[in-house]
Design a binder for this molecule. Structure first.
Ligand code: UN1
Length: 505
């Protein structure tokens, strides 16, 4: 790990404030980063103090003034190079993601791939920031809309996707002509420093190092500073609903924009006509992948009562095969949880299961004798509709299987939680599928068929409704949120006709 860190430029205490240049003085407070794999310290980052924050933001504003003048396809060229640089370091970065978050290597590398993919997407997008042209109702007039960059985009990310979520935001923001101010999770700042440094190094070659700035904090202070800062017109935040509410309130007070991607409580519906092989494989990845710590993780299975027992027994058989251990070792499917607070939340939920009328049919224990105290068993609970636990997102691998009598009830249960990120259905019946996808079907931002709820591709818009916050990041037309729309009217005639036929003379 030490070699990997030093080859990514992370030796000793890494600086935690990057504006137009690396700021290393200022705050003396350091963040020790411990790997959840074995509790060992893998690195240190200096926390950005108030003065450094000020410098970084004023640098960002200054860099934006120039960056916005660079033609979008040229900005795309910078991002293309970043994608190439990420490819060169994919293996190392993937290992660092795994070491810092505890996700298995395949998922660590997959996350870096997600960053590469969005860079490629953004390159194409840099030539496609289209606006519409409308026919004016006034003679000799032209009306059209164009899109301009907004400025400094604040990006607050969570520990579980310490590379990809920043990339979704910053690669798109960059081709749109914005600069990004990143505040990563204090649980995964090393990946942030490494990713950001790669982007900065490439941008530096074009004289624009400060397009990608970074401030590492410890606790909510810096996030709140960003939320309150009028120099940051848009704040994209990923994390808990509690964090999102605080950010939205502060940004809302100054009438800024937010792009929120908050909690999920995702369900998959299993109909009697489903392909059980797909059901088991899809749910296994969705519920156990990343140790249940994706906001898209499957938390609830809504199984038709006629297949509920079959679903449970095939999942139990699959769960028995899951190798839990060091995520850096080949063959491991599940690593540790991120920290002791996550283990406490897992335990607290497990304790509530019988009290609320549920039955633990698999797992339920924290594993002894592991390299750290953060390894838990993936857990399957037979649950009943209405259990309060079902409305909550516990960021751990606990899966609730709820029997439902028909599709209508399944959709109701799918939608009766506060969150609305992702959802899916397993069925080979097109009526079931289309009803699930219809306006009276799933109310979530993502609706999948014959697959789980997690593992979205970057090409689609990513995000969800209700308590998930309503934001959309990544693909499709999410770029529009990082730009301001300007409607332009041009009179190329010799008269002054007014709209709506108004005569003013
Ligand atoms: C998250 O957990 O915040 O769809 C993002 C997925 C990943 C992204 C998850 N591509 O599971």
């Amino acid at each position: 790990m030490r070699d990997i860190l030093s080859s990514l430029g992370l030796q000793g205490v890494s600086p935690g404030a990057f504006g137009k240049s690396v700021l290393s003085s200022g705050s003396s407070s350091e963040l020790a980063v411990k790997s959840p794999i074995n509790g060992e310290e893998i690195g240190r980052v200096r926390v950005a103090g108030g003065e450094e924050y000020e410098r970084v933001v004023s640098d960002s504003v200054e860099v934006f003034r120039e960056w916005r003048k660079v033609p979008a396809p040229e900005r795309g060229e910078v991002v293309r190079r970043i994608g190439l640089a990420l490819r060169d370091s994919k293996a190392k970065l993937g290992r660092l993601v795994s070491a810092e978050t505890g996700k298995i290597l395949a998922e660590g590398e997959g996350e870096v791939q997600e960053a590469i993919d969005i860079a490629d997407f953004a390159v194409g997008l840099s030539r496609q920031l289209y606006g519409l042209t409308m026919h004016s109702e006034r003679r000799n007039h032209r009306m059209y809309e164009q899109w301009h960059p907004l400025g400094v985009v604040g990006v607050i990310t969570a520990f579980n996707f310490p590379a990809a979520v920043w990339a979704w935001n910053s690669m798109i923001a960059a081709v749109c002509g914005n600069v990004t101010l990143w505040k990563p999770s204090e649980l995964a700042p090393l990946t942030a420093v490494a990713m950001n440094s790669i982007a900065r190094e490439v941008a530096k070659g074009y004289g624009f190092e400060g397009v990608f700035s970074l401030v590492v904090g410890n606790g909510p202070d810096l996030g709140q500073k960003i939320a309150a800062d009028r120099r940051v017109p848009v704040v994209s935040a990923t994390g808990s609903c509690r964090m999102g509410r605080a950010v939205a309130k502060t940004v809302g007070e100054r009438l800024g924009r937010t792009i929120l991607e908050l909690g999920g409580n995702n369900a998959t519906i299993v109909m009697p006509d489903a392909d059980m092989k797909l059901v088991t494989a899809g749910i296994l990845f969705g519920a156990v992948g990343t140790a249940g710590q994706r906001c898209t993780s499957i938390r609830r299975v809504l199984a038709h009562e006629s297949v509920c027992n079959e679903v449970v027994s095939s999942l139990v058989a699959a769960y028995k095969q899951v190798r839990i251990g060091n995520p850096l070792e080949k063959g491991t499917l599940m690593g540790p949880l991120i920290h002791s607070g996550a283990v406490d939340a897992y335990r607290a939920a497990i304790t509530r299961v019988p009290k609320e009328g549920g039955d633990i049919v698999y797992g339920g224990n924290v594993l002894p004798g592991m390299p750290s105290a953060l390894y838990v068993e993936p857990t399957i609970v037979r649950a009943k509709r209405g259990m309060p636990l079902l409305a909550e997102e516990t960021f751990a691998p606990i899966l609730y299987v709820v029997p439902v009598k028909d599709l209508a009830e399944a959709i109701e249960v799918n939608n009766e939680v506060p969150q609305g990120l992702s959802s899916s259905i397993f069925s080979r019946n097109m009526q079931n599928v289309e009803r699930f996808l219809s306006a009276s079907g799933s109310d979530c931002g993502i609706a999948n068929v014959n697959m789980g709820t997690s593992g979205a591709e970057i090409g689609g818009a990513f995000g969800g409704e209700k308590d998930t916050g309503g934001g959309r990041e990544s693909g499709s037309d999410s770029w529009r949120q990082y730009m301001r729309r300007q409607t332009c009217n041009i009179n190329y005639g010799d008269d002054m006709p007014l709209a709506q036929g108004v005569v003013f003379s």
